[in-house]
Every structure is written in structure tokens, then in C-alpha cells.
Write a protein that binds this ligand. Structure first.
Ligand code: NAD
Length: 451
């Protein structure tokens, strides 16, 4: 999939977190000369030494291979970045503001200021971070004011990668979306970016060009849709809980309708992570700023349904423990917001673990990859070194992240270890019959199980 030597371009990727580090390594994999830039010196040192500072399947290989090939380097120096390439990707974080649902664009503005004043000649800046609609237009004004010695164009190229599949999603995306300045019909930005992605586009991959605002909206609309789909099935599961009904069988049945589709219809503990929760809040906040808040008021409910799953999981555990978890030993299996990731940002698993600890439970957490991040965020929880170690003497075991090693866990492995054979499947990912057959009290979040 590598570009021929004639297609090699020099580019920088500014912001080297989950998105940026993956993008930098994958652009080098395509054959380009890439310089990764971040303000976090520890991260840059680690990446430069060929070690991914987070868990992402296959990324380590791609990183090491391309560093060894001399196509990939990392720096904290923006002057070096300004000189190095003509194309600059922006992949810095756009977190939720602490006091509102809106997106915090400070890192984006800081990065742009650090770069643009130092540019000479012709450059293309390509935003990849998820931003509120209108951000490109605003940043472009700022760039024009800062670029005294350069001609700088801005394109927005939102990223759709999934953590856990980031490398594959970057090298084989479903589509590439590029937004350009609607006031510059002569813009060459989309052509230039098509050169960057030539090896991917040859596959072939849909290349969708549009104006800035549409591109910005594509990303947040996609995330709003996915979040809505998850909350939809979780809302239905609330009905199943009280009326009877198997939400999994229901999802299978409605999922056969091609207009609906089965994916993203798994009821359970809901969504978390560094994207969906903050993106729907930021989208709703932006709609309000634009005076059309009512258009997206349903996203508030999507958020509420989602957050309610965490409360429901805690309540289910309490009921299972005869009304109180005070002094009970609780094993929480899973800390990452989803499997195949070590990301614990807004993790439903840790939210449940923390709530149970607040109610007086003695909580032991195990996660195959996210222990370090979990311990940094929730230092007072106890961390066990394996699932059986977490389950030792447990009054209740909770499966909170559907890692394969939990899904395929044999009930017999835990039967002799726990104080009581009680399992709460908050992800509805276990084979309940096999747990019941092994003498366990099996309860799935979203089912009628008020024993
Ligand atoms: P992250 O927190 O892992 O990475 C952000 C990086 O930006 C950090 O390494 C941070 O040190 C760096 N940074 C902050 N300020 C900077 C500055 N002024 N100059 C240079 N670097 C700076 O976040 P992430 O998950 O990679 O997300 C980044 C963006 O990509 C967000 O807008 C997010 O919504 C979007 N996104 C993320 C994913 C995902 O799965 N993680 C998918 C699609 C889109």
C-alpha cells in the first residue's frame, strides 16, 4: 500500500495522542516522511523510542517499522515542524469544557498559534480533531492574521477511526471526508490531500469533498447517530426490565431489517470514552449557540439514557446484595471504556466501580490493559492482577467491559474462589445458561431479574 517514491510528501502531525500517533505512523506506512509533534515531552520521547504510550493493537509494529525505515520522527519543537513539512495535520484534543457541555478548543488554538507564525511559503493545514461547526471558518481567520510570511490554506478532514481498530481504520477507512473553504472555489487543498491519501484512494475508497461546515457536521452527526442507536436499545431495555422481554432477542429481530442493522444495538452499560459522550454534548451545546437548540434536544435524552445505565447497574448490584453493598466484596471485571483499548476516559466500568466503592463496597478491579490508566484516575480503588484474583472472596462479580477473556471465562474457573456465586453481566456478553448451569445466580443488566 506504500506510495511510490514519486508520491512521497513531507508532513507533520500535531498532537500525538490516540488519533495523532496513529495517523503519524500510518502516514509513514503509506511511504511519507512524517514528523510527529506534541507538547507532552514524555509522550514524544516514548514515541521517538518506538514505544506507543497507550495500548492500540498493531500500532507498535507500524511505529517501530517506520522509525527504523527513517520515515518517522517525533519532536516538541514547532519551529522544526514549520520547516519540516508543507502539510500539517492537527490531531490535538478537543475535550469537554469543565463548566459546560461545549468543546474546549484551547489546544487547537494554541497549536495553530505555535505553528503558523513560523511558516514560510505555501502550506496546507489539515484539521482532524472533532470540532463544533464553524471552527474551521474561525481558525482560518486567525491563521490569515498570523501568517505574515506564508500562504496557508485550511482543510477539515475529520477522523472516524475506532480505538482498538485504529491502524486498520486509518489505512482502510470507510470513506475520507474533506471540507474546504467555500469562499475559495479555486482551492487546491482537496487535490493536495488526495495526493497524501493516494495509496488509500487507489484501494478504492470514497473521497468526499465538501465545504468546511458540512465536513465538521459529518463527524459529529455520525457520532450523534451512533450514540442515539446505543441509547435507543438501552431505552428499550428499560422497558424489557419492567415488562418482561429479552432485549437481546429483540435486537437480533429488529437488526435483521437492513434499514436498522444489528450493529451498535447491544444493550448494556452504554457508551463512554473520549469521544461519544463529549461529542454529543458539544453538538447539543453548539446547536444552542446557533439558536436551534431544540433541533438536538433529543441528544440530552440520549445522554441521560446512557448515564442511567450506570445508575441501573449499581442498583442491580445493590438489589442482588439484598439492598446494600456496604462491606461487600465486589469484583469489577473491566476498567477500559471498551475492549481492545486501555482508554478509561468517561469509562462506564470505572464509574460503576467508583459508585459501589462510595456506597461502602470493597471493590477489586481487573482489566487486561487499562490498569495503569485506571489507577491514575481512581487511585483509591483496589486493583487485582487477574480476573480470578479480583474475584477471590467476592460476594458479587460484575462484568463491566466485554473483553474476550471475560466473555470466554469459564464459570468453573471462579466457582471455587468466590464467596457467593453471583454474577452481574452489565454488558450482556456472557452465556447466561452456562453460568446458571454451573450454579451461579446470573443477572444481566436490561433483563427482569429482581430476585
Ligand atoms: P488525546 O488526548 O489522546 O491526544 C491529544 C494530544 O494532543 C495529547 O497528546 C496532547 O498532549 C496533545 N496536545 C495538546 N495540546 C497540544 C498543543 N498545543 N500542541 C500539540 N499537541 C498538543 O486525544 P485523542 O483521543 O487522540 O483525540 C484527539 C482528537 O481526535 C479529539 O478531537 C477527538 O475527538 C478526535 N478523535 C478521536 C478519536 C479516538 O478514537 N480517540 C477518533 C476520532 C476523532
Amino acid at each position: 500500500q506504500r506510495a511510490g517514491s514519486h508520491g512521497v510528501m513531507k508532513m507533520t502531525v500535531i498532537g500525538c495522542g490516540y488519533l495523532g500517533a496513529t495517523h503519524a505512523a500510518c502516514m509513514a506506512e503509506l511511504g511519507h516522511d512524517v514528523l510527529g509533534v506534541d507538547v507532552d515531552a514524555t509522550k514524544i520521547e516514548s514515541l521517538g523510542a518506538g514505544t506507543v504510550p497507550f495500548f492500540e493493537p498493531n500500532l507498535d509494529d507500524v511505529l517501530k517499522r517506520n522509525i527504523a525505515a527513517g520515515r518517522l520522527r517525533f519532536t516538541t519543537d514547532f519551529a522544526e515542524a514549520a520547516q519540516f513539512g508543507r502539510v500539517h495535520f492537527l490531531g490535538v484534543g478537543t475535550p469537554q469544557q469543565p463548566t459546560s457541555g461545549a468543546a474546549d478548543l484551547t489546544a487547537l488554538r494554541t497549536a495553530v498559534r505555535a505553528l503558523v507564525g513560523q511558516l514560510r511559503g505555501e502550506h496546507l493545514i489539515v484539521g482532524k480533531s472533532t470540532v463544533p461547526v464553524g471552527t474551521s471558518a474561525e481558525l482560518a481567520d486567525e491563521i490569515a492574521a498570523l501568517a505574515r510570511h506564508a500562504s496557508v490554506e485550511l482543510a477539515w478532514n475529520p477522523e472516524f477511526l475506532r480505538e482498538g481498530f485504529a491502524v486498520d481504520d486509518t489505512l482502510r477507512p470507510d470513506r475520507i471526508v474533506v471540507g474546504t473553504d467555500p469562499g475559495r472555489p479555486d482551492s487546491r487543498a482537496a487535490d493536495k490531500l488526495a495526493e497524501v491519501y493516494r495509496a488509500i484512494l487507489d484501494e478504492p475508497t470514497p473521497y468526499l469533498t465538501m465545504d468546511w461546515a458540512t465536513a465538521e457536521l459529518v463527524k459529529v452527526s455520525a457520532n450523534a447517530f451512533l450514540a442515539t442507536k446505543i441509547s435507543f436499545i438501552n431505552a428499550i431495555s428499560e422497558i424489557c426490565e419492567v415488562a418482561g422481554g429479552d432485549v437481546t432477542a429483540l435486537a437480533d429481530a429488529i437488526g435483521h431489517d437492513a434499514r436498522i442493522g444489528r450493529r451498535f444495538l447491544n444493550a448494556g452499560l452504554g457508551f463512554g470514552g473520549g469521544c461519544l459522550p463529549k461529542d454529543i454534548r458539544a453538538f447539543a451545546a453548539r446547536a444552542e449557540e446557533l439558536g436551534v437548540g431544540s433541533a438536538l434536544s433529543f441528544l440530552r435524552q440520549v445522554d441521560e439514557v446512557n448515564m442511567r445505565r450506570r445508575t441501573a447497574a449499581v442498583a442491580m448490584v445493590e438489589r442482588a446484595c439484598d439492598g446494600s453493598v456496604l462491606g461487600r466484596n465486589v469484583a469489577v471485571l473491566g476498567a477500559a471504556f471498551k475492549p481492545e483499548s486501555d482508554d478509561v476516559r468517561d469509562s462506564p466500568a470505572l464509574a460503576v466501580a467508583a459508585q459501589l466503592a462510595l456506597r461502602g463496597a470493597r471493590v477489586a478491579v481487573f482489566d487486561p490493559k487499562a490498569m495503569g490508566n485506571a489507577a491514575r484516575g481512581f487511585p483509591t480503588l483496589r486493583y487485582a492482577e487477574s480476573a480470578p484474583a479480583a474475584a477471590r472472596n467476592a460476594d458479587v462479580v460484575i462484568v463491566a467491559t466485554e473483553w474476550a477473556e471475560f466473555v470466554h471465562m469459564s464459570p468453573d474457573e471462579l466457582s471455587g474462589i468466590v464467596a457467593r456465586r453471583l454474577i452481574v453481566d452489565a454488558r450482556r456478553c456472557l452465556d447466561g445458561d452456562s453460568w446458571t448451569a454451573a450454579g451461579w445466580d446470573y443477572r444481566a443488566l436490561g433483563s427482569t431479574v429482581d430476585g
